[in-house]
Design a protein around this ligand. Structure first.
Ligand SMILES: Cc1cc2nc3c(=O)[nH]c(=O)nc-3n(C[C@H](O)[C@H](O)[C@H](O)COP(=O)(O)OP(=O)(O)OC[C@H]3O[C@@H](n4cnc5c(N)ncnc54)[C@H](O)[C@@H]3O)c2cc1C
Length: 500
């Protein structure tokens, strides 16, 4: 790939999971003259979990020109205002908090939150729990749909929940209308030439698929990148201990209001997600196999969901947590689970996949895929993975449970990156966390506000007994009035979905 890129490269995508079809759609859209082929083995199947997104998925559908009413009903999708974390801290007043997606109205309340959090961590008795300060938190509490009506002149960030199989089907259908070729065959071997580039994928039966760019979207197998090209895998096991998951769907109760947020509840050796779809609730327990057996995890999840005496079938999954050293090696781009995975606590996998594909398209076009662009691209993607990882690690590190070895080991874990140590130091010494996040160029992964919400959400403040009255308390009643007024603009979540 050191020569000028052809105007219409032949792109071969190995894998028909969400990552593979997302790549096919984006390549076909960016390079309309490209020949894009997706090869997948139906008998292997897709991982089929991954039901929550960040707001970036909205940008994907907008870029592809797929309207919400065209895809959401087809994928049983719901809106997502953020994530509620329950039971990660036992500290009074802080046993749960909400991490909201950003909205433009935050400009009017984030300053007050920042000032309150700073006042409280420097010893003043003010309300600094994040839940009172943000519009998306209020929308979630009231089961409202986050798309802002025309009457409300502030953008509200939101993501989605969806059925992973069905959203893949939506992307596949779109790709096929854009001329993407689908080959339902197993890849048996990968031919690598003497320069270390992929020459062809060899299908069962011997047929060879050649191309200019090979995209490895083969899931945890990573058939091309880690398999044929031997790209090194950098594990995150020293700071993210969870490596297994068990899932159990439950029917959605038609009587209960429909949540517009994910719930992440701490259990004995990990955490359980609850993801509301229009058709069912997706549930899963992410846990550490060093601390809990699969059977015990399934029993604990069944008990938590009230499913001990039912025959709902559980699904057990192994998670390979970490990243490839180089997402782009020779003429191969690794994406999705083949590229790496940072456990699903903040539902960032598809976000990272989308960013990787879009940045690759840009970098490849910039300079014929010259080595300097490749190196810069690889460094950027690696740093992005680590930036997201650090935020996830912080959840575990700041837990205040201490009831099992798992939680104690997380709270005592000192395998922290320099960035994470610096942000934590800034918080605990009363310095400006935002300035530290900006100084370290980390705001693209998680905003300073998200960092402050996380620290405050876990109640990492001085003991209540040591607090003294604040010299200038924030006008909380004013914030309640502002957000309460904003809320009046938004309709019921379930009703809004019924109209899509
Ligand atoms: C427990 C868990 C929870 C998750 N939750 C979230 C979440 O909330 N949000 C989020 O964004 N992500 C989440 N993810 C990640 C998400 O599931 C994946 O990022 C997403 O599904 C994309 O997967 P993929 O396409 O990379 O791989 P897969 O879905 O595994 O697809 C791999 C494809 O490669 C094909 N293949 C493999 N080998 C061959 C071969 N030799 N020949 C031909 N074809 C082959 C398979 O047939 C398949 O089509 C979660 C993951 C796990 C494990």
């Amino acid at each position: 790939m050191d020569a000028a890129p052809p105007l219409s490269p032949a792109v071969v995508v190995l894998g028909g999971g969400t990552a593979g079809w997302m790549a096919a759609c984006l390549f076909a859209q960016a390079w309309p003259r490209a020949r894009v082929t997706v090869v997948e083995a139906p008998e292997i199947g897709i991982v089929g979990v991954g039901e929550g997104s960040t707001p970036q998925l909205r940008a994907l559908f907008a870029r592809l020109g797929i309207a919400e009413d065209a895809w959401m009903p087809a994928a049983d999708a719901t809106y997502k205002t953020g994530i509620r974390f329950d039971g990660w801290s036992t500290r009074g007043g802080y046993t749960g908090y909400f991490h909201p997606f950003a909205s433009a109205i935050d400009l009017h309340t984030a300053g007050a939150f920042h000032a309150s959090a700073l006042a409280r961590r420097t010893g003043h008795a003010v309300d600094a729990h994040p839940d009172r300060f943000f519009l998306n938190t209020r929308l979630a509490e009231a089961h409202r749909a986050p798309p802002a009506p025309a009457s409300f002149p502030f953008e509200v960030g939101y993501g989605y929940h969806f059925d992973a199989h069905k959203v893949g089907g939506v992307l596949r259908a779109h790709a096929l209308t854009r001329g993407v070729v689908h080959v339902a065959r197993r890849v048996d071997t990968v031919d690598v030439d003497c320069d270390g580039a992929v020459a062809a994928l060899v299908l069962a039966g011997g047929e060879r698929l050649t191309g200019d760019i090979f995209v490895d979207a083969s899931g945890f197998r990573s058939v091309i990148a880690q398999g044929a090209l031997g790209v090194r895998f950098v594990p995150f096991a020293s700071n993210l201990f969870c490596d297994r998951a068990v899932t159990l769907p439950t029917p959605r109760s038609a009587d209960a209001p429909l949540d517009a947020h994910t719930i992440a509840t701490a259990l004995s050796n990990g955490w359980a997600w609850a993801i509301p779809l229009t058709s069912r609730t997706g549930n899963g327990y992410v846990y550490a196999s060093d601390h809990l057996s699969p059977d015990a995890a399934e029993t604990e999840l069944r008990s938590y969901l009230g499913l001990l005496d039912t025959d709902v079938v559980a699904r057990h999954l192994t998670m390979k947590v970490g990243r490839v050293e180089h997402a782009w090696r020779a003429n191969c781009l690794a994406i999705g689970l083949a590229q790496g995975f940072i456990e699903p606590l903040e539902a960032t996998a598809l976000h990272l996949t989308q960013t990787t594909i879009q940045r690759f398209i840009q970098a490849y076009a910039d300079d014929a895929g010259g080595p300097q662009h490749r190196d810069a691209f690889n460094a950027e993607i690696a740093r992005r993975f680590e930036g997201v990882r650090d935020y996830i690690v912080a959840h575990y590190r700041l837990n205040q449970r201490g009831d099992t070895d798992f939680w104690r080991a997380n709270a005592a874990n000192d395998h922290l990156s320099d960035d994470l140590k610096a942000i934590m130091t800034a918080w605990f010494t009363g310095r400006d966390v935002a300035a530290e996040v900006m100084r370290r160029d980390l705001a693209d992964y998680y905003s300073p506000l998200s960092w402050e919400i996380l620290f405050a959400g876990y109640g990492t403040f001085p003991d209540d007994a040591r607090l003294t009255p604040a010299p200038s308390p924030v006008d909380m009643a004013g914030i309640d009035r502002l957000l309460g007024g904003c809320l009046l603009n938004f309709g019921d979540h379930a009703a809004a979905l019924a109209r899509t």
